[in-house]
Design a protein around this ligand. Structure first.
Ligand code: GDG
Length: 736
């Protein structure tokens, strides 16, 4: 039976070595709880770092640690101090974290960090390969392990791999500044399913994949030569019932049973009735906008001084990555800010800010959520922000106001909150006032919607949706109708080929026999291709046709002396056995004069595009344009041309990054069937990669063997992955 394998930087278990020996406790973090439905019993294994470096682990304790972890279905990837420095504190938290949160000024591009990141990712990948079997389902988490999917895929091409990014994926303009951007994308593309919190992150990723790797993207699928990768958004939820029930339990406690923090907040409410408590909880991280929030609070108190002594801001900042210099500086900045503001504004009865720099036990966290009238969360950039969701879940009587930054992923799902731009102090001051004055009924009306949504789309649903989507991919959801060319199919077809007396082959050129080049003139045939075509051409009983949309001059230059049969310009010209090209179809060309200026205006407005003038058609190529822009222009051009053409004599073909205008009575299908009607053939084969080849696949008789190159929707019976597979396939025809 297949297992589920979860991989994250940290294991969901806290190990502690003390004099009494070793303790292993499950951690209570969001991810650990979220994965409960996926990580249970003997059916799953969680691989990650234990939290103890090799230097901190007495050798004699290692077997005991492994046993303790195994009891929680976990296995560790041991890491030493140098690895932690380069991989975690270095590349993960000094390169990727700031860059992906749009803090370019904090981003360090250090080759040493990158090298260690690669080697540690390899360690994780090796651990996966060692501890898993072929059919296991692998789910890799987060930005520390972006190279792992591809590293596993290399060794195990058929593995089922999912990847989820918990932080934002930045816009292409930011991402492209990373010196190792292609490697990172390639690493992620080892997965079958790549998940993000929001559609924006998804679209940024797709845009980078298209622009940086030139990959074909259709909706949310990325097409590689041999695989289709699904990219989707799965907004992470929380364990709603856990927070809701904990809040209920907290209310039920009587005076003495309450936590110290709760007692302090109760006292405050008694001594200053009518005052409002505002809470903010975050890891101490520059992405969370804590310093700006404190400044905005001061701004609010100065703008609306009537609220002095009436509101208090409670800040819980949880220590985080304190080894990284930027975090040390931030800590100092916040200490100073709180000190200054409290110093300047405090009165005998009032301190405006209560500031805790520590991690609190879960119960105290709940106390903060339940006792505070307002939660004020102002990240400058945040993948999701679960605190916002947790605050709402704990509001048993449905009161409470959430002020949330638009820059948090959770803002997309929490429209009923008061959404703010954390850089706009004016707006925040006014929003604080609105929140303080908001009538209870309005608070409740907003929170009912929020609570219902959070209850429904909880973290378990999130994990299950991701897994179901991944499993659907594993089960090979049909994305296209053709069958993959397999060794068994090949054997069968070679048998037909061998026994046939008269064979007819139609081979498309670009994207089929050779790969694409930025400059089409550079896609000349190589020696290997000439040898292959020579052998087929000379083979007894075989009639070979190269069939292409290219102009006759280029093909004459490359192939005429080889005496191959050729059909070019989609069927306008034909050359057999080395004779000069003749017209195969009578075609009109008067329309060309009218269309040329239209195409020229598109060339002027679309850098990188150009016109190819053929004898009977005009092609507008946009392979070298910005991909998004090029597609947009192509759609525009299509609309313009269709409205201009207005009759059936000419038509527009949408090829692979090319739009071709040509006479309607010419296409590869028509040309191929004409050849077929000239003689009796008992084996017909056609292969091609783009839309224009579909005419052949459609019009050839059903007994023909039709093959599409690449994973696109097609009328062909079979598909193969790419140029090198095409060549292998054709080579098999030569060995008879
Ligand atoms: C990353 C992304 C994304 C906080 N203080 C205490 C405490 N917490 C718990 C909260 C919450 C969690 O920590 C923080 O989660 P966030 O989502 O707010 O932020 P990150 O840690 O930055 O998480 C983020 C998340 O991954 C999930 O994908 O949402 O955008 O940056 O659950 O309750 N828990 C306890 N004591 C504390 O003092 N017990």
């Amino acid at each position: 039976m297949s297992k589920t394998i979860i991989i994250s930087n940290r294991l969901p278990v806290q190990l502690q070595i003390s004099e009494g020996g070793l303790t292993a406790k499950p951690s209570v973090g969001g991810l650990a709880t979220g994965m409960k439905s996926v990580h249970h019993g003997g059916e799953s294994l969680w691989i990650g770092w234990s939290g103890l470096t090799e230097e901190d682990t007495p050798v004699e304790l290692i077997p005991e640690i492994d046993r303790a972890l195994a009891a929680h279905s976990c296995a560790q990837v041991p890491l030493n101090n140098t690895e932690m420095e380069g991989f975690y504190f270095g590349f993960s938290n000094r390169t990727i974290w700031p860059l992906f949160h749009y803090f370019l000024e904090y981003t360090e591009f250090e080759l040493e960090f990158w090298n260690i990141y690669k080697s540690v990712n390899q360690k994780f990948a090796d651990a996966i390969l060692e501890k898993t079997k072929d059919h296991d389902i692998i789910w890799v988490h987060d930005y520390q392990l972006m190279l792992v999917p591809q590293m596993v895929r290399e060794k195990r091409p058929d593995a089922t791999i999912g990847f989820f990014l918990h932080i934002p994926f930045p816009s292409y303009e930011i991402f492209r500044t990373l010196p190792w951007r292609e490697e990172v994308l390639q690493g992620l593309l080892g997965a079958d399913l790549i998940g993000f919190h929001t559609y924006d992150y998804e679209r940024h990723f797709l845009s980078s994949a298209r622009r940086l790797l030139g990959l074909e993207v259709s909706f949310n699928d990325i097409y590689l030569q041999n695989r289709v990768i699904k990219v989707d958004s799965f907004p992470m939820g929380i364990d709603y019932e856990k927070f809701h029930n904990a809040a209920k339990a907290s209310y039920a406690l009587t005076g003495k049973e309450r936590t110290d923090l709760q007692k302090k907040m109760d006292d405050h409410k008694i001594s200053a009735p009518g005052t409002k408590l505002i809470v903010s909880i975050d890891r101490l991280d520059y992405s969370k906008g804590i310093a700006k929030r404190i400044n905005a609070f001061e701004y609010f108190l100065n703008k609306y001084p009537e609220y002095k002594e009436k509101v208090r801001l409670i800040i819980l900042a949880v220590p985080s990555r304190s080894n990284v210099p930027q975090y040390k500086l931030l800590k100092r900045e916040i200490d100073e800010l709180v000190g200054r503001i409290n110093g300047e504004l405090s009165t005998v009865n009032w301190t405006p800010i209560w500031y805790f720099y520590r991690s609190l036990p879960f119960e105290s966290l709940i106390d903060l959520y339940t006792s505070c009238d307002i939660a004020w969360l102002t990240p400058l950039r945040d993948g999701m922000n679960l605190v916002a969701k947790e605050y709402i879940a704990t509001r048993i009587d449905k009161t409470g106001v959430l002020i949330l930054s638009e820059m948090a992923g959770s803002a997309y799902e929490m429209n009923e909150a008061l959404l703010i731009n954390p850089n706009n102090f004016e707006q925040q001051a006014d929003t604080l006032k609105t929140a303080i004055e908001m009538p209870k009924e309005q608070q409740m009306a907003r929170n009912i919607f929020l609570q219902n949504r959070l209850r429904r789309y909880n973290v378990e649903v999130w994990a299950n949706e991701f897994m179901n989507s991944l499993k659907a991919k594993q089960n090979g959801e049909a994305t296209f109708v053709s069958q993959k060319w397999s060794p068994a199919i090949q054997d069968n077809i070679i048998n037909q080929y061998k026994t046939a007396k008269k064979r007819l082959l139609f081979l498309d050129y670009d994207g089929t026999l050779v790969g694409f080049h930025k400059d089409p003139q550079k896609a000349a045939p190589d020696k290997e291709l000439y040898n292959l075509l020579d052998t087929l051409h000379r083979q007894k009983g075989t009639t070979l046709f190269l069939i292409s949309g290219r102009d006759k001059e280029t093909f004459a230059k490359w192939f005429l002396n080889k005496k191959y049969n050729m059909i070019v310009e989609h069927g306008v010209w034909i050359s057999r056995k080395g004779e000069t090209f003749k017209l195969l179809e009578k075609v009109k060309k008067e329309w060309m004069e009218k269309i040329t200026p239209v195409l020229e205006s598109f060339v002027d407005r679309t850098p990188g595009s150009f016109i190819e003038e053929k004898n009977y058609s005009l092609a507008w190529h946009y392979r070298n344009t910005d991909p998004d822009f090029g597609e947009k222009r192509a759609t525009e051009l299509n609309t313009v041309l269709t409205s201009l053409i207005g009759n059936d004599d000419i038509s527009v073909l949408n090829g692979n990054k090319v739009m071709e205008v040509k006479s309607s009575n010419v296409n590869k299908g028509r040309a191929a069937t004409r050849m077929l009607s000239e003689k009796e053939y008992d084996f017909v084969f056609s292969i091609g990669d783009d839309w224009t080849d579909e005419f052949m696949f459609q019009e050839l008789p059903s007994s023909a063997v039709t093959v599409k190159v690449g994973l696109k929707k097609t009328q062909a019976k079979y598909h193969v992955e790419g140029v090198s597979r095409v060549r292998e396939l054709l080579k098999s025809f030569t060995n008879i």
